[in-house]
Write a protein that binds this ligand. Structure first.
Ligand code: UDP
Length: 479
């Protein structure tokens, strides 16, 4: 007799590794722990990068297939459009292609759910047409999810720009957030990016459930408030929330580059707990002046470092090279003589490093990061204290969580012109690697590392939350 087909989930990540990486780990759990099969349906605006492809190839091909949707045309968008606009429209403009894929999936598979990330709620309409449940996998903090759920209300009650607020924004159970530290697209309410974020936020309550990549011990107040539907939030009921984190993709990529191997070999030769890893996510970069200060600050600190460095941006934009992801390797923008003077103490790489393996390496003692939530979680599960240097998206909010809620990070102070000077960088780097403060942060992040392992253990809260969600999916098949 034929075996009944396994339950099947379609996952639609919006473009970018920050969304793809945790969803890949989520898919791995569905397959290995819950006996699902999965199709990744990946919208694209430009051809997928090697990094995106090789992360998808790392999943077991017998259980996970992936389909890159035809690239959508963005030629009509103004050149200065924010990357959130590109991400959201990449999904919205891919809906006809998604509908075709759904037609095939529902005829061939036992499709129980569509899972999207925060920019993908327009795809709910396709799921509804085919009578399939629609879920969000929220790839950032509980604080940020709370912001999204409250955004319709904030939009109605707050007049003017958030950045001009004299009082911080207070969300249930969260550290108060100064208006200018809110999610980037909220900084200009006249921009299309704000309107698209608000559009997605309004649709959050249409989801059948929301998986959150965080856990109670990381953000106790915010997670508790989300689970309780805290008073003060919108009157509309919100979907059930499942804190399933920290889901981080620690697997090496299928084909790692030679430079990745060289950097891990370099780390092998460094003393235990001595190296600062410096990386600003899959697209972060700085002004030429700031790159200069970082280089000279690292040198001045006298500490060992491994720095993934990207070409500085020319004009003041939002610090992301998201759309310039295929730039040519070169270090000609670093200060004169820097590479020679720091030889042996430091290593620079471009444009990519095996971050998860570096953070798990015994020689790594600190992580200067842009506070992307995946990077932050990777620091937690490996017990590596943080130098918080947020750049764009929701990273300033994440820096607040890291410094004021989790107490695992130091945040260097910028001078009046917005540049963090070399002396400040050297001071913070020394504190993290060899100072008393660094020791305290290390102890604290070790506690969170243990809490992370516990919540993901077979009887842990995150494991149970995921079990609850997938049981709902499986029960649909019985009805
Ligand atoms: N990453 C990596 N090597 C790099 C840069 C990034 O492996 O050189 C991975 C990193 O481990 C993380 C993801 O890419 O899993 C970046 O996600 P995050 O949310 O931290 O930031 P984003 O890139 O989305 O801003």
């Amino acid at each position: 007799m034929d075996q009944p087909q396994k339950p099947h989930v379609a996952i639609l990540p919006s473009p970018g590794l920050g969304h793809l990486n945790p969803l890949v780990e989520f898919a791995r759990r569905l397959v290995t722990d819950h006996d699902f099969t999965v199709t990744f349906v990946v919208p694209t605006d430009v051809p997928p990068s090697q990094a995106e492809k090789s992360i998808l190839y790392s999943l077991p091909p017998e259980s996970v297939e992936h389909i890159f949707l035809p690239p959508v045309n963005m030629d009509d968008l103004p050149k200065d459009s924010k990357f959130v606009t590109f991400l959201t429209l990449a999904v919205t403009r891919s809906l006809p292609a998604l509908r075709d894929i759904f037609r095939t999936l529902v005829s061939r598979r036992r499709l129980v759910s569509l899972v999207v990330d925060l920019f993908g709620t327009d795809a709910f309409d396709v799921a509804r047409e085919f009578d399939v449940a629609a879920y969000i996998f929220y790839t950032s903090t509980a604080m940020d999810l709370s912001l999204f759920l409250h955004m319709p209300e904030l939009d109605e009650t707050i007049l003017g720009e958030y950045r001009d607020l004299t009082e911080p924004v207070r969300l249930p159970g969260c550290v108060p957030i100064p208006g200018k530290e809110l999610f980037d697209p909220l900084q200009d309410r006249t921009n299309d990016a704000y309107k698209l974020v608000l559009h997605n936020a309004k649709r959050f309550r249409l989801a059948d459930g929301i998986m959150l990549n965080s856990f109670r011990e990381l953000e106790p107040g915010a997670v508790k408030a989300l689970l309780e539907d805290a008073p003060g939030s919108s009157n509309k009921p919100k979907p059930p929330i499942y804190p399933v984190g920290p889901l981080v993709n620690m697997k090496p990529r299928v084909k790692d580059t030679e430079s990745s191997n060289v950097c891990l070999a370099w780390l092998d030769k460094q003393p235990r707990g001595s190296v600062l890893f410096v990386s600003f996510g899959s697209g972060g970069t700085h002004s030429p002046e700031q790159i200069n200060e970082i280089a000279l600050g690292l040198e001045m600190s006298g500490q060992r470092f491994l720095w993934v460095v990207r070409r500085p941006y020319d004009k003041k934009d939002d610090g992301a090279t998201y759309f310039g992801r295929n730039e040519k390797p070169s270090f000609d923008f670093l200060p004169d003589g820097f590479l020679e003077r720091t030889k042996g103490v430091g290593m620079v790489m471009h444009p990519w490093a095996p971050q998860a393996q570096i953070l798990a390496h015994g020689s790594t003692a600190g992580f200067m990061t842009h506070c992307g939530w995946n990077s932050s979680l990777e620091s937690v599960v490996n017990g590596v204290p943080v130098v918080a240097w947020p750049l764009y998206a929701e990273q300033k909010m994440n820096a607040i969580v890291l410094t004021q809620e989790m107490n695992v990070a130091l945040r260097p102070k910028a001078s009046e012109n917005g540049v963090v000077k070399r002396e400040e960088i050297a001071k913070v780097v020394k504190s993290i690697i060899e100072g008393e403060e660094g020791k305290k942060l290390r102890n604290r992040i070790e506690e969170l590392k243990e809490a992370a392992a516990k919540t993901l253990s077979p009887d842990g809260a995150s494991t149970r939350a995921l079990y609850e969600a997938v049981t709902r999916w499986k029960n649909q098949l019985r009805n």
